[in-house]
Design a protein around this ligand. Structure first.
Ligand SMILES: [Zn+2]
Length: 198
C-alpha cells in the first residue's frame, strides 16, 4: 500500500460496514432511499469534535456543516446553502451552532492584534470577523469567552438568515440553538441562546 498510514482508516470502514449490515441488514439500504435528520449541526472542523460520535447518533440523524473556528458568517454561501437545504428541503427542526473549548481558530483570533490577520489569504479573511469580535469584548475576557461570543454571533446570523426567516414565515417550528462542547469532559452544554418562531 502506497500510504500505510491510511490502512486503519479504510479497514476500519470495511469493518464498520460489515458490522452495521450484520446488525441490521435493512439499515443501510433504507438510508440510501433518503434522509430526514432532526438536527442540523453547524460546528468546527476540529478533529476532536466528531458530532455523531459524541452524541451517539447514527448515520441519518445529523445534517452537518463544519467551518473553520465554528463561524456562521452571514455572507458564507456554503454554510447558508447547507442551512437552506437542511431546513427547507430536509425538514431539520433544530439548528445547533456548536463551539468548543480550546478552539484553535478562536485562540488565534484571541491572540491577534486589532488590525487582524494578514490580508489576502483565505484564513486571514475568514478570521477577520472573529478578530473584530474579540476586540469588542472586555479586556478581562478569556479565549473561551470568545468561543461563547462566537456561538452567540452564529446564532444571531442564522436567525437573521433568509432560510430561518422564510421557515418562520411559512409557520415551520424551527429552532436555532447555541451549544458548547467541552473537550476535557466530553460534555455538550446548552448555552441558552435558543430562538424559535414567535
Ligand atoms: Zn474549533
Amino acid at each position: 500500500m502506497a500510504h500505510p498510514e491510511l490502512a486503519p482508516y479504510l479497514s476500519g470502514n470495511a469493518q464498520w460496514a460489515h458490522q452495521t449490515a450484520a446488525a441490521d441488514p435493512t439499515f443501510l439500504p433504507q438510508l440510501a432511499t433518503g434522509q430526514a435528520p432532526t438536527v442540523l449541526w453547524i460546528g468546527c472542523a476540529d478533529s476532536r469534535v466528531p458530532e455523531s460520535v459524541i452524541m451517539q447518533r447514527k448515520p441519518g440523524d445529523v445534517f452537518v456543516h463544519v467551518t473553520h473556528s465554528c463561524q456562521f458568517q452571514a455572507e458564507d454561501d456554503s454554510a447558508n446553502a447547507v442551512l437552506n437545504y437542511g431546513v427547507l428541503h430536509l425538514g431539520a427542526t433544530h439548528v445547533a451552532i456548536v463551539g468548543h473549548t480550546a478552539c484553535g481558530g478562536c485562540n488565534a483570533a484571541f491572540a491577534a492584534p486589532r488590525d487582524g490577520a494578514a490580508p489576502g489569504n483565505h484564513l486571514g479573511r475568514f478570521l477577520a470577523p472573529l478578530i473584530a469580535l474579540r476586540h469588542s469584548l472586555p479586556d478581562t475576557a478569556t479565549a473561551d469567552d470568545l468561543v461563547r461570543a462566537n456561538v452567540a454571533e452564529g446564532v444571531k446570523n442564522a436567525v437573521a438568515s433568509e432560510t430561518i426567516q422564510t421557515a418562520w414565515a411559512q409557520g415551520k417550528k424551527v429552532y436555532v440553538h447555541g451549544w458548547l462542547y467541552d473537550l476535557k469532559t466530553g460534555l455538550l452544554q446548552d448555552l441558552h441562546y435558543s430562538q424559535g418562531p414567535q
